[in-house]
Design a protein around this ligand. Structure first.
Ligand code: MTE
Ligand code: MOS
Length: 720
């Protein structure tokens, strides 16, 4: 394919307004006429609510609970599953569970009243960790085994292969909670509007909000219109979570017949919002007498928290990615979503894939190292290729350019020299990881569930407005889409309008999630612009609408999870170099180099920005971002104790790409917003473990833990 100059960077359309501060975030609106709301939440992880003692309420102030839901309304939030209650009724399942909302005109008085509410509980013993959940600590509260959801996949015949194997090695890899740390905390406002409601919210998926909360009042979702406000970052944390904010606001607006607004402060947001699922992957891997893998079996456990909500889909993606960029002759995986008394886990950049990708990468390193082999040489034996069989018995449709990407990273990082020179345990280490990310919704989800639609509206003066529900949350999409339309129509980008979506005026093009915006909605707009072009020069006003069409010949069965889970993957190779201070254990990241296959790039600078941010966020997950939950309470609740890496913690990244256009994407582009997160953590840990010569099987590993590994860790060469 000829390199289109669509890749050439343009100035982002939101660059000036965001950098000069003129853009309005939810907290800037004022909504002067509206009441303030503040959630009253459970302070215990598990128990029965015995009594709620309210202080005397001044006029105009009210405490609203599930009891205020009108007849016919339902006390749940519809986030894929419908089990997450909008308000706790008799029992609470986690710290931070919404019990009610207190509303009134003055924010300080609302806060004051909230502090005076006394809730008496009969406390029960909580299950906090995956192990607690599995052991049914305090008694099972989901089914009789605390398993919210479960799935199993098999390719080939694992039991048969194990019987023939020379030996079977076992290893457990664990990953922790992660907080999204979007720059802007959650906030929304809901007001009565005619015979319906109007919501303003910092959110990724305005149509999700409508659908999720409308059952509270038993109204049609179309009675609620949701206007997305400029969103200061989301990373999956505003995919379903805004429903938890907007549900109580909707009920409050209904009861008070007035608008109600709520803005979280940072600590409130960290303590009381969804997180990345902690995980535990237990491998049993069969090796032949030469140390080759004949079968890999895994059990994948995700800590789902108190409610299932969207977690089954997260677990599915985790299991689909458990073989990473490899093809093993036989594989099996079983996934379990474990119920615990922690805040329900939810979407976070990578949507379940980073956990298993980290696990398989790390496990592969350890199998190699115990044999005295360089992990890279060992991994090379198993790279999946075009036509290779995936974990769901589908095939890889596209060309896999891992060899080319690896070549770029090896050259840029001088890996081969360093890997030889830096002896294990020398204090210097270089690591490398391989990863992918299935683009868009799994299987036929785009076709069967989302059915995304987008419109282009041409005005007489030649301006063209894009109408779809995709949101800008920092990833650059509000520049990408106008660029695609302008490019096809051959008009200046200034002639294209693209506003933050309002569900009352845009078609539902689906959520801004699963890195789907460019590859799916970008294609809808590319196609609409192509249809518009022949009529563009006429002085008329008209619209063109397109809808997603799935290519034939790639079957998927959502009941058995068999077939083509993804038509296109983003692919990545990342190398990280570290140096460890032998006296303090302090780790310095000396270099980070990556190469990605995102199809054809729509805008080099935007994609580059995604790489820089995603790679660093992945290193943070593996290193500094410690988020412990003790007894049901998150211990890190502010930016001074939850440590995200900054640009000061990382040298300039070496960034490169390969050109591998995706057949069905706009200009050949594929999803990449999550991909860039998926592998840097494994590369960092590979580098760190080589530098200290010790095996690491759980992340995060903050500097303060490194000395412990140096003194007590297992040697890399020890048998598994
Ligand atoms: N980049 C920025 N700056 N801010 C974000 O919130 N979210 C990530 C990724 N990149 C995010 C981001 C997540 S979780 C997803 S799913 C994709 O962007 C979604 O956007 P896309 O569909 O345009 O890739
Ligand atoms: Mo991204 S985790 O799919 O919002």
């Amino acid at each position: 394919m000829v390199a289109h100059d669509i890749s050439k960077a343009v100035r982002r359309l939101d660059a000036v307004s965001k950098s000069e501060g003129s853009v309005k975030y939810i907290a800037d609106y004022g909504f002067e006429d509206c009441l303030w709301g503040r959630l009253v939440r459970s302070s215990i992880p598990r128990g029965i609510i015995k009594d709620i003692k309210l202080p005397e309420m001044p006029d105009g102030y009210r405490f609203i609970t599930y009891k205020d839901i009108p007849d016919g309304g339902h006390n749940y939030l519809h986030m894929i599953a419908t089990d997450w209650k909008c308000f706790a009724e008799n029992d609470v399942r986690y710290v931070g569970e919404t019990i009610g909302i207190i509303v009134g005109p003055d924010r300080t008085i609302v806060e004051d009243l909230r502090e005076k509410i006394v809730i008496e509980y009969e406390e029960q013993e909580p299950a906090v960790s995956i192990d607690d959940g599995l052991a049914c600590k305090g008694g099972a509260f989901i089914n009789d085994d605390n398993i919210h959801c479960h799935l199993k996949l098999e390719v080939g015949n694992v039991d048969e292969a194990f019987r023939k194997a020379d030996r079977i090695v076992e290893e457990t890899i664990e990953t922790g909670f992660q907080e999204h740390v979007y720059l802007e905390t959650n906030g929304a406002c809901c007001m009565p509007d005619g015979d319906g409601y109007k919501i303003y919210a910092s959110a990724q998926c305005p149509f999700y909000i409508r659908k999720s909360i409308a059952p509270l009042l038993n109204i049609d979702p179309s009675k609620i219109s949701v206007q997305q406000t400029t969103t200061g970052g989301a990373f999956g944390g505003k995919e379903h979570f805004p429903d938890v904010v907007c549900g109580p606001l909707l009920l409050a607006a209904y009861v008070m017949k007035k608008g109600v607004k709520m803005i979280f402060d940072r600590e409130e947001d960290i303590e009381n919002s969804v997180k990345r699922h902690p995980s535990k992957t237990v491998f049993r891997t069969g090796l032949d007498k030469d140390g080759n893998i004949v079968a890999m079996d895994s059990k994948v456990y995700y800590n789902v928290g108190g409610y299932l909500s969207s977690s089954f889909v997260v677990l599915q993606r985790g299991c689909f990615h458990v073989t990473g960029c490899y093809e093993f002759p036989n594989m099996r995986t079983e996934g379990f979503g474990v119920a615990t008394n922690t805040y329900p886990s939810c979407a976070f950049r990578g949507f379940g894939a980073p956990q298993t990708l980290f696990a398989v990468e790390t496990h592969m390193c350890h199998i190699a190292e115990m044999q005295g082999l360089d992990p890279l040489e060992y991994k090379k034996r198993y790279f999946i290729k075009q036509g290779g069989t995936t974990s769901t018995n589908g095939k890889i449709v596209e060309k896999v350019m891992i060899p080319e990407m690896l070549d770029q990273v090896l050259k840029a990082s001088d890996y081969e020299r360093k890997a030889k020179e830096y002896k294990w345990g020398s204090g210097k280490g270089i690591g490398i990881s391989f990863y992918n990310h299935g683009g868009a919704f799994t299987g036929n989800g785009e076709q069967a569930i989302i059915k995304g639609r987008a419109k282009l509206h041409k005005f007489k003066d030649g301006t063209v407005e894009i109408l779809c529900s995709q949101t800008e949350m920092g990833q650059g999409f509000h520049t990408i889409l106008p660029k695609i339309a302008a490019h096809i129509l051959e008009i200046p980008i200034e002639k294209v309008i693209f506003k933050d979506p309002d569900t009352s005026r845009v078609p539902d093009s689906g959520p801004t999630a699963a890195s789907r915006s460019t590859m799916i909605v970008g294609e809808l707009v590319e196609r609409a612009a192509t249809l518009m072009k022949p009529r563009y020069d006429k002085e008329e006003e008209f619209e063109v609408e397109t809808q997603y069409e799935h290519p034939d010949g790639y079957p998927w069965d959502q009941s058995t999870f068999q077939g083509y889970a993804y038509l296109g993957y983003g692919w990545g190779v990342c190398a990280v170099e570290v140096e460890v201070d032998p006296c303090t254990g302090e780790v310095t990241t000396k270099g980070v180099w990556s190469s990605h296959d995102c199809g054809h790039l729509i805008d080099e600078m935007i994609v580059h920005g995604q790489v820089n941010g995603g790679v660093l966020q992945g290193i943070g997950w593996a290193s500094t971002e410690v988020l412990k939950n003790v007894g049901g309470h998150f211990k890190q609740t502010s930016m001074s104790d939850y440590i995200v890496p900054t640009s000061m913690d990382c040298p300039k990244q070496g960034v490169s790409f390969v050109e591998n256009p995706y057949e069905w994407g706009p200009f050949g582009a594929k999803g990449m917003g999550e991909l860039v997160f998926n592998g840097s953590g494994a590369a960092y840990i590979d580098a760190l473990s080589r530098a200290i010569g010790k095996r690491i099987t759980a992340i995060p590993v903050p500097t303060e833990d490194v000395m412990g590994y140096m003194l007590n860790g297992k040697d890399l060469k020890e048998a598994l």
